[in-house]
Design a protein around this ligand. Structure first.
Ligand SMILES: Nc1nc2c([nH]c(=O)n2[C@H]2C[C@H](O)[C@@H](COP(=O)(O)OP(=O)(O)OP(=O)(O)O)O2)c(=O)[nH]1
Ligand SMILES: [Mg+2]
Length: 133
């Protein structure tokens, strides 16, 4: 069977007072219970920035200003591969309304490697620690 194409996924990196926003994948989703950076798959014609603005509005009920790509990393899961693109974001406000996750948290960069992140996120976390840790 031919390999599935690599899915492009944008993930928002919001850092406020040195703390990084993470969200927990809810029961019933793949990777349930693991923490991630909120975001989702790029739709046709989207850039990582337009995608993350749409996704954070859908998932957290918040407007966002999207900045530079911090880092991207390809990860192969059993079902296929993703290219996880970490986009720096500034949120319009911090009273988040969760719609697909079951929790959110603000964590120190060094804590990121201890909370149970989705495996694809580890290189992203390492880059955040290099820059902000
Ligand atoms: N958003 C996000 N997805 C991640 C991260 N790490 C990671 O492995 N993934 C995987 C989980 C999914 O298989 C894939 C896409 O994420 P998603 O489920 O958020 O996609 P989506 O918001 O577009 O949701 P849907 O419409 O497909 O339900 O990327 C991460 O930090 N953030
Ligand atoms: Mg999502």
């Amino acid at each position: 069977m031919p390999e599935a194409p690599i899915k492009q996924v944008a993930a928002g990196i919001a850092i406020v007072s040195g703390m990084v926003l993470v969200t927990r994948r809810a029961h019933g989703q793949n990777l349930a219970g693991l923490w991630e950076f909120p975001g989702g798959k790029l739709e046709a014609g989207e850039t990582p920035q337009t995608c993350i603005v749409r996704e954070l509005h859908e998932e957290l009920g918040v407007g966002t200003t999207a900045g530079e790509v911090l880092v991207e990393a390809i990860h192969r899961y059993p079902g296929g591969a993703i290219n996880l693109i970490a986009v720096q974001v500034v949120l319009d406000h911090h009273d988040l309304q969760l719609s697909v996750h079951d929790a959110y948290a603000w964590v120190a960069p060094r804590e990121l490697l201890t909370i149970g992140l989705a495996p694809a996120d580890v290189p992203i976390a390492e880059e955040i620690i290099r820059r902000h840790g």
